[in-house]
Design a protein around this ligand. Sequence first.
Ligand SMILES: Cc1cc2nc3c(=O)[nH]c(=O)nc-3n(C[C@H](O)[C@H](O)[C@H](O)COP(=O)(O)O)c2cc1C
Length: 362
Amino acid sequence: MSSLLDLALPFSRLFEAEDAHRLAIRALSLLPRPAQLADDPRLSVSAFGLHFRNPVGVAAGFDKNAEVPDAVLALGFGFAEAGTLTPKPQAGNPRPRVFRLLRDEGVINRLGFNNEGFHAAVARLSRRQPNGILGINVGANKDSEDRIADYVAGVETFSPYASYLTINVSSPNTPGLRDLQSAEVLNELIARILEARERMVQKGHGPKPVLLKIAPDVSLFDLDDIVAIARKRAIDGMIVSNTTVTRPASLRDGHAREQGGLSGRPLFDLSTKILAETYLRAEQAFPVVGVGGIDSAETAWKKIRAGATLVQLYTGMVYKGFGIAREIKSGLSRLLDRGKHRSIQDVVGADAVEAAAARESA
Ligand SMILES: Cc1cc2nc3c(=O)[nH]c(=O)nc-3n(C[C@H](O)[C@H](O)[C@H](O)COP(=O)(O)O)c2cc1C
């Protein structure tokens, strides 16, 4: 099957980016799934009470409406994250709104939380036979009058179906959303989310781990506050990071001036630095998930050494195809052999101090 899907990749380049994405989802939903091969046991990871067969997951945004979580897992990923889902369906921004920066191996998107809403996702998830780790990433509608209430509804709606929940306060494409990362609002948001989680426990669902996903564009001053609040409220983990609104000077592609969030290779240095800064501030109070620019075993390894217990990717799959999980896993096993490490968990954060000090060169 993977060869069929791999063939689909160069072919999909002929399409506008968003049509190519639709095609990928369709291919995954239709093509037969390969038998799961056992993973190298040294790649297994325990985090927030869950056992991951390997640390490589698919980031939010690929499967916004929870259409293909099991097909994603069948590609060899250790976990999948669906969403961002908002309570009401939402069309998002006018097209075109996704741009491939081919020369830089990046993507800029300004989708604006286009999604079918909670109801449609629940209809799909309730038909699913849970098999593997699935996170559900929740957000707020653009026109919502009470954004915190939207997140609370997300926790209530998806606790019965999710292995973990991600609170996305870091998309650059919903005006004002990232203001939820400011200390006072974040403190209230997390408090209300954890109350909602408690209510769901009373109903027999959970407690489900709650992860906070942040932007790579927060100042270190703000990061101090964010991590302090996450620790004080005993959140289960953080995901670092979402896309950036900055534009590294190294970008060469003509699309670099498009508005939106930049992902992929040009995001690697910035997101890895903020990951390391987060890891150091967390002092192992919770695990950190590293995202941004992973497209190989080497980049996954660097993220893990910078402080990531788990990693996720999206743009790397756009450029390298559906075989990327298998490729990264075998490369990670080779890197463990080379360093004579017993397990991937042994190298988490080994280079965090250096990674935090690194200057961004991208
Ligand atoms: C087209 C596109 C759509 C995305 N949509 C979401 C989303 O709905 N929610 C979210 O939390 N992150 C979203 N992201 C961000 C990714 O989850 C990830 O944090 C970011 O792209 C960095 O990882 P990458 O360089 O491996 O792509 C999206 C990214 C892309 C490229």
